[in-house]
Design a protein around this ligand. Structure first.
Ligand code: ADP
Length: 454
C-alpha cells in the first residue's frame, strides 16, 4: 500500500530531517494507541529493536485505575515491564502531525520474550494462525461510525459533558449538502489516512444529526484491525485539531441512534474467495455456511467483545438498525448477521452487533474463533430469516446487559479452548470491573428521578 514506509525509508527520512518524531505504540485492552514518542534518530539507531513499558497497561480501565483480580500483573507482583517490540512492517507517516511517523508494537514477556497472551494483537494473531494452518486467510473490514460535535473535547469536558450539540442540525444519512459543511474535518481525515497507508474508501453522513461513517477497504484481519485503530485515533486527533470533538461512545443520547462498528468477514484460499460457490443460489460455499453457523451459535459467548461497556448495551434497541437477535438474513439490516454480496465473489457476512467502542483485534479474534468452530464441527446453518427480525419472537436474543455478556464469556468452553483460560479470565475480569465501577456510581438519572419524589 502506498504510504507505508520501510525501515530504510524511515532511516533516510530521519537523516534528511523530514521525520523527527516516531510514535511507538501498542494497542491496549480498550483498543487505544498507547506508547511513547521517540526522537527519530534514537528510534532508527537503537529503539527500533525494542523498548519497554509498565505491564499495568494491559490491566487498567479507561481511567487508568488499577483493579485487583488480574493474574498477569498486580500490586503484589510489583507491576513489572513488558517489552514493546516494534513490528517494522507497520511503519507509516502520520501526515496530520508535523514530521512524525508511527510504528505498532507487539508486547513480549520481559524475560522469555514470548508474545504476551492477553495483548489484543497477540490474541488476533493466534486465531489468524489457526486459519493459516487450515490454508485460509481471513479478510475483514470494520466500519467506523462516530459523532462530531460543535464544541471541542476540552470545552465539553470542562462543562461536565452537558449540552452536547452535534455538528449538524438534522439526520445527515448520505446527505451531500450537510457533509459538505463538514468537509473541513472529513477531507483531512480521508486524505491524511490515505497518505498514512490506510486504504480509505469513503466517508458519508450517517442516520443521525452529526453522525459520520468511515469505510476502509477490506484487508487481512491484522491489517484491518491496525487500520481501524489508527483511523479511530486519527479521527479524534484531527477533529481536535479543528476545535471539534469526535466521540465513539456508542449511545450518547437516549433518543438518538447509536454508533456501530459492523464487521465484514470472508475467508480466502490464496486469491480464491473460499466463501464463494457459483453453483449455490446465494453464491455461498459450504465453508461459508459452517463458518456462519458457528458465528451465529456462539454470538452470546463473544458479545462482550462487541459491546465491552455498560453504555454499549444502550445501543441495542428496536427500530434503530442496531440488532438484538442472533439470526442471519439476506441483505436485511434488522438481523444480527447480514449476507452481503450474495451471488458474487465478494460474498461475505456482516456482523452488525458491534458498537463503535469495540476493540477490533478482540472482536475479530472472537468471531474467527466462533467461525473456526463452525467449520471444524461442520455446523448446519439455519434458513435465513425474513422481514422485521426485531419482531421475530423465535429468534435468539444477544445478551442484553454487560452483566449477562460477562457471564456468557466466563462460561464459554469454545472461547476457553480457542483463546486459552488466561485470556478469557483476563477479559472476564475486565468486563466485571466495568460493571462494578458502574454499580458504585450515582447517576444523573437516579438524582433526577428520586431527589424530590422518592
Ligand atoms: P455496504 O455499504 O452496503 O455495507 P460496501 O460495498 O460499502 O457495503 O462494503 C462494506 C465493506 O465491506 C467495505 O469496507 C468493503 O471493503 C468490505 N468488503 C467488500 N468485499 C469484502 C470481502 N470479500 N470480505 C470482507 N469485506 C469486504
Amino acid at each position: 500500500m502506498a504510504g507505508m514506509l520501510s525501515f530504510d525509508q524511515l532511516k533516510s527520512q530521519v537523516t534528511d530531517g523530514l521525520i523527527d518524531t516516531v510514535l511507538v505504540c501498542f494497542v491496549d485492552m480498550q483498543g487505544r494507541l498507547t506508547g511513547k514518542r521517540f526522537h527519530g534518530a534514537n528510534f532508527v539507531q537503537h529503539s527500533y529493536v525494542e523498548t519497554h513499558c509498565c505491564n499495568y497497561l494491559l490491566a487498567t480501565d479507561l481511567e487508568m485505575a488499577t483493579p485487583e483480580g488480574y493474574a498477569s500483573t498486580s500490586w503484589a507482583s510489583g507491576y513489572g515491564d513488558y517489552v514493546m517490540k516494534p513490528d517494522l512492517t507497520t511503519i507509516r507517516p502520520v501526515p496530520w502531525l508535523e514530521s512524525t511517523a508511527m510504528v505498532l508494537c507487539d508486547l513480549l514477556d520481559h524475560r522469555t520474550h514470548d508474545l504476551v497472551p492477553q495483548a489484543p494483537r497477540t490474541i488476533l494473531k493466534r486465531q489468524i494462525a489457526r486459519l493459516e494452518a487450515m490454508g485460509l486467510t481471513p479478510m475483514m473490514a470494520t466500519e467506523l461510525e462516530f459523532f462530531l460535535f460543535e464544541k471541542s473535547l476540552d470545552e465539553i469536558r470542562k462543562s461536565g459533558f452537558r449540552d452536547l450539540a452535534p455538528i449538524s442540525g438534522y439526520n445527515e444519512d448520505y446527505h451531500i449538502f450537510q457533509t459538505t459543511k463538514e468537509e473541513g474535518i472529513m477531507r483531512p481525515i480521508r486524505n491524511h489516512l490515505y497518505a498514512a497507508g490506510i486504504p480509505v474508501e469513503n466517508t458519508k453522513g450517517e442516520a443521525e444529526a452529526g453522525q459520520e461513517e468511515l469505510n476502509i477497504r477490506y484487508a487481512d484481519a491484522l491489517a484491518c484491525a491496525d487500520h481501524h485503530t489508527i483511523a479511530k485515533h486519527a479521527i479524534k486527533e484531527i477533529a481536535w485539531q479543528h476545535g471539534h470533538a469526535a466521540s465513539f461512545l456508542p449511545k450518547w443520547a437516549a433518543g438518538m441512534v447509536g454508533s456501530s462498528s459492523h464487521v465484514h468477514q470472508s475467508l480466502w484460499d490464496g486469491e480464491t474467495p473460499a466463501f464463494y460457490n457459483a453453483k449455490d443460489k446465494l453464491g455461498m460455499s459450504d465453508l461459508m455456511r459452517h463458518y456462519m453457523a458457528g458465528l451465529i451459535a456462539y454470538a452470546p459467548d463473544y458479545t462482550v467483545f462487541l459491546a465491552p461497556y455498560v453504555n454499549s448495551y444502550k445501543r441495542f434497541s428496536k427500530g434503530t438498525f442496531a440488532p438484538t437477535k442472533t439470526v442471519w438474513s439476506v441483505d436485511n439490516r434488522t438481523a444480527g448477521f447480514r449476507l452481503c454480496g450474495d451471488g458474487t465473489k465478494g460474498v461475505r457476512v456482516e456482523c452488525r452487533i458491534g458498537g463503535s467502542d469495540l476493540n477490533p483485534y478482540l472482536a475479530q479474534a472472537a468471531m474467527l474463533a466462533a467461525g473456526i468452530k463452525g467449520i471444524e464441527e461442520k455446523m448446519e446453518l439455519a434458513a435465513p430469516t425474513q422481514g422485521d427480525v426485531y419482531e421475530d419472537a423465535k429468534a435468539a436474543d444477544i445478551p442484553q446487559t454487560l452483566r449477562a455478556a460477562t457471564e456468557t464469556l466466563r462460561g464459554s468452553a469454545m472461547l476457553r479452548a480457542a483463546m486459552g483460560d488466561d485470556v478469557v479470565d483476563h477479559y472476564t475480569r475486565c468486563a466485571e470491573w466495568e460493571q462494578e465501577e458502574f454499580d458504585r456510581a450515582v447517576t444523573d438519572w437516579e438524582i433526577a428521578r428520586g431527589f424530590e419524589r422518592a
